[in-house]
Design a protein around this ligand. Structure first.
Ligand SMILES: Nc1ncnc2c1ncn2[C@@H]1O[C@H](COP(=O)(O)OP(=O)(O)OP(=O)(O)O)[C@@H](O)[C@H]1O
Ligand SMILES: [Mg+2]
Length: 255
């Protein structure tokens, strides 16, 4: 049984490599991302029916790679895989201990990354349940997180960095409402909010909840101020009268 499984795994690995071989950049990504434990996790998720085929690479970030996949019903889903070999787990550790939800967890490299992945999933869940415009979280296991694909035909909507919203004032108000709902209802601060982590579809969608933290975190106020500062800076450049970050901050906190 164990041997069968190993053989299957090797086959899965080989198939992926064969598919990507022509493209050397993709090959490098593959070697980094699809290590043995990650392949096992993906294999397990496929078996659990979370998604069926993993194909397009969407993005290679500092810690994670995003892929596009299809589920059984033919819907696109986004698969975020934290790289076990190259993620900055020391920084992850520092941020995790500040979050009251994660005071105790195993502190070896791999478990820290797994905890990090679970935190992002839980953050998305809380945000989604609070009605904030975020990708719907679908599942997670170890270092792999699966969520709704925010885009069309397997192509992500552009980042706000690369595509200014058609109606800046409305977009600003929506995002401010989102920050407020995150704080008030989801009890979260995004903590990495910028034009890099907003996708521009029919309405703006907040992504990348890896840094998002509980409002009970002693850093939460500073992080909220930073988010609001970045948000207002972006929209001021587009001529929107945003108000000052400190006023928005007080308004959100209800002070
Ligand atoms: N749910 C999603 N649907 C579609 N595309 C997505 C989704 N999540 C992320 N992406 C794409 O992947 C990119 C990186 O995502 P994200 O910011 O979550 O990862 P990251 O590891 O923080 O990347 P970086 O280090 O570059 O910030 C996004 O800019 C977007 O293009
Ligand atoms: Mg990001």
């Amino acid at each position: 049984m164990a041997a069968d499984f190993e053989a299957l795994l090797r086959k899965l690995e080989r198939r992926k490599i064969e598919r990507l071989e022509k493209d050397s950049e993709a090959y490098k990504i593959l070697a980094d991302v699809f290590d043995h434990p990650t392949l096992l996790t993906l294999y397990h998720m496929v078996n659990r029916g979370i998604f069926e085929t993993l194909y397009g690479a969407v993005s290679t970030g500092k810690e994670a790679n995003i892929f596009c996949a299809l589920d059984k019903q033919g819907n696109y889903v986004a698969v975020k895989i934290y790289r076990l070999a190259t993620s900055d787990f020391k920084t992850m550790y520092r941020y995790l201990v500040g979050d009251p939800r994660f005071r105790t967890f195993h502190r070896d490299r791999r478990r820290i990354i797994y905890t990090w992945t679970s935190r992002e999933f839980k953050n998305l869940q809380r945000a989604y349940e609070a009605g904030v415009s975020v990708p719907r979280p679908i599942d997670f296991e170890n270092n792999v997180l699966v969520m709704e694909f925010v885009g069309e035909d397997g192509v992500s909507y552009p980042r706000m960095k690369d595509c200014r919203p058609k109606k800046p004032k409305q977009a600003f108000e929506k995002l401010l409402d989102a920050v407020k709902a995150l704080y008030k209802k989801a009890k979260l601060v995004h903590a990495d909010l910028s034009e890099y982590n907003v996708l521009v579809g029919p309405e703006p969608v907040l992504i990348d909840f890896s840094m998002a933290t509980d409002i009970a975190n002693p850093m939460a106020n500073d992080l909220l101020m930073r988010d609001l500062t970045k948000l207002t800076r972006y929209f001021k450049k587009l001529g929107v009268e945003t108000g000052e970050p400190i006023e928005l901050f007080s308004d959100i906190k209800g002070e």
